[in-house]
Design a protein around this ligand. Structure first.
Ligand SMILES: Cc1ncc(COP(=O)(O)O)c(C=O)c1O
Length: 422
């Protein structure tokens, strides 16, 4: 193991890591396109776009060029009292691809802050109108980030354990299926008549951290329609699903019922620099628009609308809109469909599913989320030069849209090899 990995051990505390069990981190020295190269020169295909960020490929030349140009012009400035061209341009660019009902953009730093802001918008929307609504709704097994509001609405105890008694009040809804939707709607309506639910936050169509659970589109639409009737603010957390992953710009594009608020991050800046953004409708914005200062949204982060992040996001959206990228995404989708036909009948496979560029497969064995068996899977993939990060017994692919056919085949072969081995 090379030098960086050894030096790392002295001062660094890694995310989502129990250091007593996992004491050595793999040092990645460079990345280009879909390839990560470690400090010993071994290459890995990035099958999960580095947590769904680098969808146009790592160190993309077009994005580098745009960010570099921005660096020479304006690096950072306070965004309260000031504005700048990249932020304005990004807001205009986002309007080109967001669902039509979205009107205003609030910038922040990452996915958790984007959902935290969405939650605050929903609560204060009611508060500003003299209504105290102090309950939030979220799906079973939801994941919305690691800050306190985001953790409260999340439902994965492996992350939440010791903090639960400090959480805001959240009630759960079962993710919609054809079988449960009638019952869910009936129960929900009984609950909604109390008028104390401020907002509903949901990962539309795919719950990523819940091992890529995929929803019934019509059922989700029915839930959103019912919530609207009771003025419950709907917050689509598109941190993972946004910017093409589902085959459309946003997962919300599959639904006729549009959310009041949309949270974005990850692929927003194409994996180049961190940024979060929360968009909302005019109706939400208007509830804060007042001569009373206290009715404003008093939330702000130092790096809000950082010009370099804005430049990266604008360049990313330009790539996403290009014919070339759209064709490439279609190619990836078709390739996964073909692979699905091959593996779905395999005796070691319990279930497969796909939405757009995201493909997931459940192995027919019980496995802890961060257990030994799962670590063996991870090791198998890394040894074969493929970076896939199984979620328990679920293997999923969310590769950069620019992945080559050959690289896709290498990922599939690595998955087939593990099916033969277990
Ligand atoms: C749906 C969703 N929301 C929020 C987050 C949190 O984003 P971040 O890790 O940037 O805080 C994630 C991260 O995986 C996510 O998948």
């Amino acid at each position: 193991m090379g030098n960086i990995s050894e030096r790392d051990k002295k001062h660094i505390w890694h995310p989502l890591t129990q250091h007593k069990i996992h004491d050595t981190m793999l040092a990645i020295k460079k990345a280009k396109g879909c390839i990560l190269t470690d400090e010993d020169g071994k290459e890995y295909i990035d099958g999960i776009s580095s947590w769904y960020t680098s969808v146009y490929g790592h160190c993309n030349d077009y994005i580098i060029e745009k960010v570099y140009a921005q660096m020479q012009q304006l690096d950072q400035v306070v965004f309260s009292g000031f504005t700048h061209e990249p932020a304005v341009q990004l807001s205009e660019k986002l309007m080109e691809i967001l669902p039509d009902n979205q009107q205003k953009i609030f910038f922040s730093d990452n996915g958790s802050t984007s959902t935290e802001i969405g939650i605050k918008m929903a609560i204060q929307y009611h508060f500003n109108q003299g209504n105290k609504r102090n309950v939030l709704l979220a799906f079973d097994d939801a994941f919305h980030g690691d800050t306190f509001g985001a953790m409260s609405v999340s439902d994965l105890s492996v992350y939440n354990g010791s903090f639960e008694e400090f959480f805001i009040t959240v009630e759960r809804v079962a993710p919609p299926t054809k079988e449960n939707i009638a019952h869910t709607l009936e129960q929900l309506e009984k609950r909604l008549i109390h008028n104390d639910i401020a907002g509903f936050i949901y990962e539309p169509l795919i719950q990523g951290a819940a091992a890529m659970q995929m929803h019934d589109v019509d059922g989700l639409g029915e839930i959103l329609k019912l919530l609207k009737k009771y003025d419950v603010i709907t917050i689509a957390d598109e941190v993972m699903t946004g910017f093409g992953k589902t085959g459309k710009y946003f997962a919300s594009d599959y639904l006729t019922e549009k959310p009041n608020i949309i949270c974005m991050s990850k692929a927003l800046t194409a994996g180049m620099v961190p940024m979060g953004a929360t968009s909302c409708t005019q109706k939400i914005y208007d509830a804060f628009y007042s001569t009373d200062i206290a009715k404003g949204l008093f939330h702000g982060h130092t790096y809000t609308a950082n010009p370099l992040a804005c430049a990266s996001a604008i360049a990313g959206i330009e790539l996403l809109q290009s014919d070339e990228m759209q064709q490439s995404m279609k190619r990836v989708i078709a390739s996964h469909q073909q692979f699905n036909e091959e593996v779905k009948v395999h005796p070691k496979v319990a279930r497969t599913r796909q939405t757009g560029t995201i493909f997931a497969l459940d192995l027919n064995i019980k496995m802890e989320r961060y257990g030994n068996l799962r670590d063996q899977l991870l090791k198998h993939f890394m040894d074969s030069g493929v970076f896939l990060r199984p979620l328990g017994a679920t293997i999923y692919i969310s590769a950069p849209y620019v992945i080559t056919d050959e690289q896709l085949q290498k990922i599939y072969s690595s998955i087939k090899a593990i099916l033969a081995k277990i």
